[in-house]
Design a protein around this ligand. Structure first.
Ligand code: ZN
Length: 70
Protein backbone atom coordinates (compact mmCIF):
# COMPACT_ATOMS: atom_id res chain seq x y z
CA UNK A 1 0.00 0.00 0.00
CA UNK A 2 1.69 3.25 -1.07
CA UNK A 3 2.11 5.99 1.47
CA UNK A 4 0.24 8.46 -0.76
CA UNK A 5 -2.91 6.37 -0.30
CA UNK A 6 -2.92 7.45 3.33
CA UNK A 7 -2.60 11.05 2.20
CA UNK A 8 -5.72 10.74 0.09
CA UNK A 9 -7.47 8.96 2.91
CA UNK A 10 -6.74 11.89 5.19
CA UNK A 11 -7.95 14.29 2.53
CA UNK A 12 -11.26 12.44 2.38
CA UNK A 13 -11.51 12.38 6.17
CA UNK A 14 -10.85 16.13 6.36
CA UNK A 15 -13.30 16.83 3.56
CA UNK A 16 -15.91 14.60 5.18
CA UNK A 17 -15.36 16.38 8.50
CA UNK A 18 -15.74 19.82 6.96
CA UNK A 19 -18.72 18.91 4.78
CA UNK A 20 -20.22 16.00 6.68
CA UNK A 21 -20.41 17.32 10.22
CA UNK A 22 -22.59 20.36 9.41
CA UNK A 23 -24.83 18.07 7.35
CA UNK A 24 -24.99 15.55 10.19
CA UNK A 25 -25.75 18.36 12.65
CA UNK A 26 -28.48 19.63 10.35
CA UNK A 27 -29.91 16.12 10.03
CA UNK A 28 -29.74 15.68 13.81
CA UNK A 29 -31.42 19.03 14.40
CA UNK A 30 -34.06 18.23 11.79
CA UNK A 31 -34.70 14.79 13.31
CA UNK A 32 -34.98 16.20 16.85
CA UNK A 33 -37.25 18.94 15.59
CA UNK A 34 -39.45 16.39 13.84
CA UNK A 35 -39.57 14.30 17.01
CA UNK A 36 -40.72 17.37 18.92
CA UNK A 37 -37.65 17.87 21.06
CA UNK A 38 -37.88 21.60 20.63
CA UNK A 39 -41.10 22.84 22.15
CA UNK A 40 -42.91 25.32 20.01
CA UNK A 41 -46.17 27.11 20.34
CA UNK A 42 -48.93 25.42 18.50
CA UNK A 43 -51.46 27.72 16.97
CA UNK A 44 -54.92 27.43 18.52
CA UNK A 45 -57.29 25.09 16.82
CA UNK A 46 -54.56 22.70 15.77
CA UNK A 47 -53.66 19.30 17.13
CA UNK A 48 -50.72 19.55 19.51
CA UNK A 49 -49.55 16.16 18.32
CA UNK A 50 -49.69 16.28 14.55
CA UNK A 51 -50.83 19.81 13.75
CA UNK A 52 -54.09 18.68 12.21
CA UNK A 53 -56.61 21.46 11.90
CA UNK A 54 -59.16 20.92 14.66
CA UNK A 55 -61.33 23.91 13.86
CA UNK A 56 -64.90 22.93 14.64
CA UNK A 57 -63.81 19.66 16.24
CA UNK A 58 -66.19 18.79 19.07
CA UNK A 59 -65.13 15.23 19.76
CA UNK A 60 -62.19 16.33 21.86
CA UNK A 61 -59.94 13.98 19.95
CA UNK A 62 -57.86 14.49 16.87
CA UNK A 63 -59.32 12.50 13.99
CA UNK A 64 -55.93 12.36 12.32
CA UNK A 65 -53.75 10.84 15.04
CA UNK A 66 -56.16 10.15 17.91
CA UNK A 67 -54.45 12.51 20.32
CA UNK A 68 -56.49 14.48 22.80
CA UNK A 69 -57.44 17.81 21.31
CA UNK A 70 -56.62 20.98 23.17
ZN1 ZN B 1 -53.42 14.95 15.71
Amino acid sequence: MPLSWFGHEWLYIVLFTIVGIPILLLLLFWTLERLGYFPRKHPPGKCTHCGYDLTGNVGGRCPECGAKAG
